[in-house]
Design a protein around this ligand. Structure first.
Ligand SMILES: [Zn+2]
Ligand SMILES: [Zn+2]
Length: 392
């Protein structure tokens, strides 16, 4: 039929085509704009990088410099008035439904100057992509109509909605609003789902804010980052190279001695250390104490569990009262809570000399061992095994 366009596809085929086209767009955003351009955590072959840039011009009218600058500013000013898209500051509705408008507002000359370094300013950028920003999506509309006939109209509409909804809305909104936290990074970032398939792995937003320089966004064995799958695939053909960033820290089984390197390794690996503290000390102790807690606290058990390990700057005043009352009525909880903050002093306090930090850690371990709390004793033992070098 003439109205089905040159390809004359069935409905099923059209749906698959729409999903395929938008998938390429998502991969372009996560690999090229996000991991390569904004965070410099991934090297891309120039031809592949240019393909992504061209594809984003064609399907989203996105400018690399603008996107990169706004995103870097988001990390630098996270959850403050200057964050271009924080649901904590602006409210979830605004970020979820007006995510794309927020990008338009945020792309000021000052932001581009300050945060837009190392982005393309070549001939084709000046004379085509930036100069005729909307021409790409207009061309796409013509292509869709030619190939898919009248169905090209909705395919094009889906393409135009995909990034504003999934990236600007869901990742920037939900990713700072609800979901689980592997790590207590200093902002409100959350993992939306352990399966990073639909939005290219960007679902794992808490992992990303904790380790922004890592080109791999999954951290636990059950998490999937499809973007990382593509990076590995491109790497096989020599088209991509992750710069990879892992905190320098090794666990050396059997190591008993605390030394300056132990302190350094723990500080490097602090987000994971605090996660382990939550799993190995806080949660089992809390389970143990549950039966001893009075009737007032027991119904708030889950909330208290969450607050005990919450990054301190993220605890709201109303939550502070819950936490205080739980800590006041249970000495063991208070003890493990205070020990967690004493441990964090090792990297939070500025200006301490390595030797002073070493003494602080040794003292921490000594007190943990004398605490009479088995989980705390075991954790002190566990910390001692950290080093900057793997076991030889
Ligand atoms: Zn974010
Ligand atoms: Zn980022």
């Amino acid at each position: 039929m003439w109205y089905n366009g040159l390809l004359d596809l069935s409905v099923m085929q059209l749906v698959l085509v729409a999903l395929g086209l938008t998938h390429i767009t998502i991969i372009s955003v996560t690999l090229y704009l996000h991991r390569h351009s904004a965070h410099n955590s991934l090297d891309l072959n120039p031809v592949l990088a240019h393909f992504f840039r061209f594809w984003l011009w064609l399907t989203t009218a996105t400018n690399t410099k603008q996107w990169t600058a706004i995103h870097r500013k988001h990390h630098a000013k996270c959850e403050t008035e200057d964050d271009p898209h924080s649901p904590v500051v602006l409210g979830i509705r605004k970020v979820l439904f007006q995510g794309a408008e927020l990008y338009d507002e945020a792309g000021t000359e000052e932001t581009l100057q300050r945060f837009g370094q190392r982005t393309p300013e070549d001939w084709i950028e000046r004379n085509l992509y930036s100069r005729y920003k909307m021409l790409g999506i207009q061309l796409m509309a013509v292509l869709d109509l030619l190939l898919f006939g009248v169905n090209g109209i909705w395919i094009w509409a889906v393409q135009m909605m995909w990034i504003p909804v999934w990236a600007a809305g869901v990742v920037n909104g939900i990713g700072h609003f609800m979901g689980y936290r592997n790590f207590e990074c200093s902002d409100n970032a959350r993992n939306i789902s352990p399966l990073g398939l639909l939005i290219g792995g960007e679902e794992l937003h808490n992992n990303h804010h904790t380790y922004p320089n890592s080109s791999k966004l999954s951290r636990r064995w059950y998490e999937i980052d499809i973007g990382w799958g593509y990076i590995r695939l491109f790497q096989l053909f020599g088209l991509a190279k992750p710069k990879g960033y892992r905190p320098i820290a090794h666990y050396v089984p059997g190591k008993q001695e605390v030394d300056v390197e132990t302190v350094q390794a723990i500080a490097n690996n602090r987000f994971d250390i605090m996660r382990q503290y939550r799993k190995r000390v806080m949660e089992p102790v809390l389970r143990q104490q549950k039966s001893l807690m009075d009737d007032e606290i027991r119904p708030r058990y889950r909330k208290i569990k969450r607050l005990l390990s919450r990054e301190i700057t993220l605890i709201k005043p109303s939550e502070q009262a819950h936490l205080e009352s739980a800590l006041e009525s249970n000495m063991v909880l208070r003890q493990i809570y205070e020990k967690s903050h004493e441990l964090q002093e090792l990297w939070r306090r500025r200006g301490l000399k390595p030797q002073e930090k070493l003494h602080a850690l040794m003292e921490w371990c000594r007190e943990a061992e004398a605490s009479g709390i088995r989980y705390l004793e075991e954790f002190a033992d566990h910390l001692r095994a950290y080093s900057l070098r793997p076991s030889s």
